[in-house]
Design a protein around this ligand. Structure first.
Ligand code: 5GP
Length: 200
């Protein structure tokens, strides 16, 4: 690899966690601490929640449009979750990493598996799984968040229990017992990875 390529290469960070485990809060804090780091805005067919804006939290589109984009190979990865489609726009992520940015994706386990298969070794990546301290704590967080019905909460907990088993797929795991501590741990994983790459 030439020096020029080495200097301009960024890092893809894949961050997953069961729903309600705090990954949005972790990423928000990381982006405040590192204003040159970026978060990919996914495309989804689910409806916006209160306070969510199109283009900021997600690109909200219809199932028909999603199918069309999927056929055009627009997505780096995509998954059907809770009956809705979610996908990561491919070009934006690649452009960011190629221009030297840290690009964070908050996606599920199915998406991570696809990225691990297709990303290759040309561009650096690291995957991190955020774990809840316990299933009890996860239920409390989902309940306090007040954005899902009780049935939806139970469904998300069942899915979470399956997802937690997939944590071994990730290079690093962090327990979100305390948000500040979890932010520092994820930050240090990213900084170490950048340092390691710059020394190669
Ligand atoms: P929510 O509907 O709560 O925003 O997200 C539900 C789940 O979808 C979360 O686990 C979130 O990380 C995941 N997700 C969001 N965007 C994407 C995406 O582009 N691809 C995949 N595979 N998962 C996503």
């Amino acid at each position: 690899m030439s020096n020029k390529t080495r200097q301009t290469q960024g890092l893809l960070v894949v961050l997953s966690a069961p729903s309600g485990c705090g990954k949005t809060s972790v990423v928000e804090r990381l982006l405040i601490r590192h204003q040159d780091w970026m978060r990919s805005v996914s495309t989804t067919t689910r409806s916006p929640r209160l306070g969510e804006e199109n283009g900021t939290h997600y690109h909200f589109i219809s199932k028909e449009s999603f199918e069309l984009e999927k056929g055009r190979d627009t997505f780096l990865e995509w998954a059907e979750i809770y009956g809705q489609y979610y996908g990561t726009p491919r070009q934006h992520v690649i452009d960011a990493v190629d221009s030297g940015k840290v690009m964070i994706l908050t996606i599920d386990v199915q998406g991570t598996k696809q990225i691990k298969e297709s990303w290759g070794t040309e561009r650096p990546m690291i995957s991190v799984f955020l774990l809840p301290p316990s299933v009890k704590a996860l239920r409390e967080r989902l309940t306090n968040r007040n954005t899902e019905t009780p049935e939806e909460i139970e469904r998300r907990i069942m899915i979470a229990q399956d997802e937690i088993k997939a944590a071994t797929l990730y290079e690093k795991t962090v327990i979100n017992q305390n948000l500040d501590q979890a932010v520092l741990e994820v930050e240090s994983i990213i900084l170490n990875e950048l340092k390691k790459r710059s020394e190669k």
